[in-house]
Design a protein around this ligand. Structure first.
Ligand SMILES: Nc1ncnc2c1ncn2[C@@H]1O[C@H](COP(=O)(O)OP(=O)(O)OP(=O)(O)O)[C@@H](O)[C@H]1O
Ligand code: SF4
Ligand SMILES: [Mg+2]
Length: 367
């Protein structure tokens, strides 16, 4: 699917030419912790993730089902509900002077919509089915805009027009709109306060390709008009090829590769990324695709060492002992693999005792 080429314009640079961070995540661990008959069991959905999203950029996050993408998104959005627990790490947005989890509840809710907005798969459910769309704009956006009622609706009309939506949609009930149109209204709602940061989790996955293209074009338009930074999650690599400036690949709760999207596509470094890219269908390519053996591990009982080792054609002894740290191997390229960087630092998995100790100090459950 081809989108406007400007979707991949490089992000803006700071005064010294270096990209300015919009979101910095360091050492983030978020597990689902459940107890059965007094025995604790944890699903290690987000395990020691460190990444930076720069201002004005779209950072794509990919990986197969159940690798922890949505859990990561919930965690950086501050939407933590049991059994999910944040066990360690920090999350800093450029518009905050503190770690997200050091904010009180009132500051967190002030920040949502006005500074940080989410567009999620099925997020059209945010629209109240028995009330007109106008009411959803009043409920969610009006309290954050500090405008009189009349100025607010003038601003909403202008916003819809800029995103090529007719203001008539405000009078519709959600069921009167198609799925694609509801998703476009949701994007308009999520961006009406011109948030600095947008989180999008599989916003196009349930849509057919033509509608998907329109929705992606609209997301790009909103991101560019309001110079927002964005993290965009989808397992569909072809969507990332069209929309993301940089791409992070997750496997079994860990970030295993990161780089500019075009470089990751042209020269994938991690064996898992190489497999994902080689699996993409190409017109005229009749070569036989070779499936990876096995399936992704259970995050309740992940394999020791590199979590990819049971499926990796290059696995060595060291790979079974300790997970390789994500290392910078070229400008802008990070990868966690001993075959790519034999000097990669081994990371030790935290013991249950250490996790419990961290949980007591770092746990923050947002109601
Ligand atoms: N509420 C929950 N309680 C316990 N485990 C959960 C819960 N939600 C998700 N998980 C587990 O956490 C792991 C990561 O799930 P997550 O939804 O983050 O993956 P994902 O990459 O977003 O997958 P998908 O591409 O299918 O959306 C999975 O093993 C999943 O079963
Ligand atoms: S660290 Fe070892 S097992 Fe993991 S991807 Fe690299 S070569 Fe394969
Ligand atoms: Mg998901």
């Amino acid at each position: 699917m081809a989108l406007p080429a400007n979707g991949k314009d490089p992000p803006a640079k700071g005064v010294d030419g270096a990209p300015e961070p919009a979101l910095e995540v360091v050492g983030l661990r978020a597990y689902y912790v459940m107890a059965y008959y007094g025995i604790e069991r944890e699903v290690r959905a987000v395990d020691n993730i460190t990444l930076t999203v720069n201002k004005d950029e779209i950072y794509g996050l990919a990986g197969e089902s159940s690798c922890g993408k949505t859990t990561f998104i919930k965690t950086i959005a501050g939407a933590i509900r049991p059994p999910l627990r944040v066990l360690g790490g920090t999350i800093k947005y450029s518009f905050l002077d503190r770690n997200l989890y050091d904010l009180d509840e009132a500051t967190l809710s002030d920040m949502r919509w006005s500074h940080l907005s989410c567009v999620l798969q099925g997020s059209m459910n945010v629209l109240n089915p028995v009330r007109r769309i106008r009411k959803s704009f009043i409920d969610f956006a009006y309290p954050h805009m500090g405008l009189s009622r009349q100025d607010f609706f003038e601003a909403v009309d202008r916003h819809l027009e800029r995103l090529r939506l007719s203001p008539d949609v405000l009078s519709a009930f959600p069921h009167e709109l198609s799925g694609g149109m509801r998703q476009r209204v949701t994007i308009a709602l999520a961006t009406v306060c011109h948030p600095e940061f947008i989180i999008a989790d599989e916003p196009t996955t349930a849509l057919d390709v033509v509608v998907q293209r329109d929705v992606l074009a609209m997301i790009l338009e909103a991101q560019q008009q309001f110079r927002s930074s964005m993290i965009f999650v989808t397992h569909d690599l072809t969507v990332h090829a069209n929309i993301s400036n940089r791409l992070g690949i997750m496997y079994a709760g860990r970030l295993v590769e990161e780089g500019p999207t075009t470089e990751v596509f042209h020269e994938p470094l991690h064996p898992y990324t190489q497999h994902l890219i080689a699996s993409l269908p190409r017109i005229g390519d009749l070569s036989r695709k070779v499936a990876l053996p096995g399936s992704p591990p259970s995050l309740a009982d992940p394999p020791s060492g590199c979590r990819f080792h049971p499926r990796c054609p290059l696995a060595m002894d060291v790979c079974r002992q300790a997970h390789p740290a994500l290392t910078t191997v070229a400008p802008g390229r990070r990868v966690a693999c001993y075959a790519v960087d034999p000097n990669a630092k081994p990371e030790s998995d935290l013991s249950l005792g250490e996790i419990a100790a961290e949980a007591r100090t770092a746990e923050r459950v947002v109601p």
